[in-house]
Design a protein around this ligand. Structure first.
Ligand code: XMP
Length: 327
């Protein structure tokens, strides 16, 4: 394909006008490539797949089927947002699969981080392939590959094809409409396509989701504690002007309990660790200085609103030596 690589002289898409021109060109390109055929997309709700979905909906409407797999490790409100934006607002052809029990059953008792990642990735492909087999006449697979993915896979740092592990009998031609864009350009394009800011400017979120924020064997009670405390942290950062200013922030619930006092009685419950870091490329990171009063308020909300939690800790470790995630 002609635009397989980012042209050396390509102007960085930094204005609405440049984004609109890119969208118009891609819509034409997609229509030419796909014709009247059908396209499948794994829609995680992350920036890249959401922008690809919005572009394809604009170009080919109902010829796109998007599959949103909820692996039970998403943040609070995420599956609901995908359904609201794509099915209700953009009238997309969206298949929603709640595979929570499947994933959590497979992960039960698994403690090793890379083994957890492998199970989550493998199960994802399986669920996605099962849904794809139920659909007829799909000839294309759309992917949210972006330019840094291609550069990194060329350098051998990582494999860039998210759905690269699909079974042998499922061979699709790829549609990768944002593959020559940098992340900031993808966001600009997403904004012009009408996606909400909460989707376009969201912080990085790992594929294995909250699974790596529940260190060791994932249990449903700790997973809920991660989800609820993360929602409180995000809400407070948004209310206090830190959203968009801090690069990545989240909570972790490690596998140990400590003694505390609740309602005048001894409690023996989980601790929540808050992590908030700044970075430009995720290779190194510094710790955000959260105002003391805000931190006290966040602690107060978490210990009173999240069941099973009696203590909150703040991770003061930069990367290196700590990685951003705990696993
Ligand atoms: P670390 O923990 O290595 O994280 O300092 C660097 C950045 O990568 C994200 N991350 C992942 N993203 N799958 C992903 O898609 C993963 O398995 C994964 N592990 C870490 C992390 O959130 C941070 O932004």
């Amino acid at each position: 394909m002609a635009n397989d690589r980012r042209p050396d002289n390509m102007v960085r898409i930094t204005t609405p006008e440049l984004a609109d021109a890119f969208i118009a060109k891609q819509v034409e390109e997609i229509r030419r490539q796909v014709g009247d055929k059908k396209v499948l997309l794994a829609l995680s709700g992350g920036v890249d797949s959401s922008v690809v979905a919005a572009l394809l909906i604009k170009a080919i409407g109902q010829q796109l089927t998007s599959v949103h797999v909820n692996h039970g490790l998403l943040r609070k409100g995420e599956p609901e947002q995908v359904i609201e934006v794509f099915r209700n607002q953009m009238k997309a052809n969206l298949v929603y699969v709640d595979a929570t029990d499947r994933f959590l059953d497979k992960l039960a008792g698994v403690t090793e981080p890379e083994e957890k990642r492998k199970i989550i990735g493998g199960e994802f492909i399986e669920v996605f392939a099962e849904e794809a087999r139920k659909l007829e006449g799909i000839e294309f697979l759309a992917q949210g590959t972006i330019w840094p993915d291609i550069l990194e896979s060329e350098k051998g740092i990582k494999a860039h094809h998210n759905a690269g592990g699909l079974p042998e009998d499922m061979r699709f031609e790829l549609v990768e409409p944002v593959k020559i864009l940098f992340k900031d350009e993808v966001r600009m394009v997403g904004k012009r396509l009408g996606l909400p800011d909460g989707m376009v400017y969201r912080q990085p979120f790992p594929g294995p989701g909250l699974g790596v924020r529940c260190p060791g064997a994932i249990t449903r009670d700790r997973l809920e504690a991660v989800r609820e405390s993360d929602a409180i942290l995000r809400e407070e950062f948004a209310k206090n002007g830190l959203e968009g200013k801090v690069w990545q922030y989240f909570t972790v619930v490690p596998d140990f309990k400590s003694t505390g006092i609740k309602d005048g009685k001894r409690s023996f419950e989980w601790s929540v660790i808050v992590r908030a870091v700044n970075s430009t490329d995720a290779m190194s990171a510094t710790v955000e200085n959260i105002p003391y009063d805000l931190m006290c308020h966040i602690v107060d909300r978490i210990v009173h609103e999240v069941p099973g939690v009696n203590r909150v800790l703040y991770d003061f470790t930069p990367k290196p030596t700590g990685t951003i995630e705990f696993e």
